[in-house]
Design a protein around this ligand. Sequence first.
Ligand code: RIB
Length: 314
Amino acid sequence: MPDRAIVVTGSLNMDFVVQVERLPAPGETARGENFQTIPGGKGANQACAAARLARGNPVLMIGRVGYDAFADHLRASLAAAGADTSRIHGCRRAATGVALIWVDRTGQNSIVIAPGANAELTPADLETERQSFVSAACALFQLETPLETVAAGLRLARSGGALSILDPAPAQPLDAGLLACVDLLTPNETEACLLAGREPRRISLDEGPELAEQLRRRGPRAVVLKLGDQGCYYAGPEGSWHAPAFRVEAIDSTAAGDTFNGALAVALAEGRAVPESLRFANAAAALSVTRLGAQASIPSREEVEQFLAAQPKS
Ligand code: RIB
């Protein structure tokens, strides 16, 4: 489906990033270094990844930003990646979203977001894009815009037969009606535990099949569990697969999950089989972890292909 679009609905944030030795405890003042502002936002990161990695499928970003300098910077970053930014609307009632991010020396992070204009994206905004959803190959969503907007987008995608991919991040409870409209749900461990009604904790690979099936019973057609350094586990009507993670030196895990989702959408839109798509997405995510920042860390198609070609044959 090389000419059908990948439509990404979601947040755009300017990320304020500081590297710290270790993440501060509550009440603690920590000294950081290397402050940078880097384009981010889960929606924009997924659009950026899809646009950098696509070979023919156009990528369309739908979102809201304020009328400020951050908005210009965020639009420019996505345009440079190759995404269509014409459906990123301005908002007079709120400023562009921002995220405050600390990254420790192991690459782990803590993130606080102030959604600003992201919270003003409405179902009516998506309704005006009905044709884009109906003709799309894939429609990507996350949870940094209002839930009612995500639900409206999922329904539009379903009405046209686009493959909908929901990243349930940041973690929050979701009802069965919304989950029933999802083709592919891609939680990390925390999100999977919350949606399954379990205490948040690390999930062993052995637990993957049962947890994924428990989540599928809540509505989505297929589930990909993102299990960090254990890779990912897919369960869907075609079968189930584990795709191991690639070993890399971690600098910053910010946007690794977003890169995974953008890459997965590209591979599936190209008609690749699920195991190959998971491997492609794992490779893109692994490369993103080796660099600081969100959109600054997302690799190109050439980088991912070279990385995969250099892996030992299994
Ligand atoms: O997933 C990473 C993103 O989460 C960051 O870019 C930040 O903006 C927050 O939305």
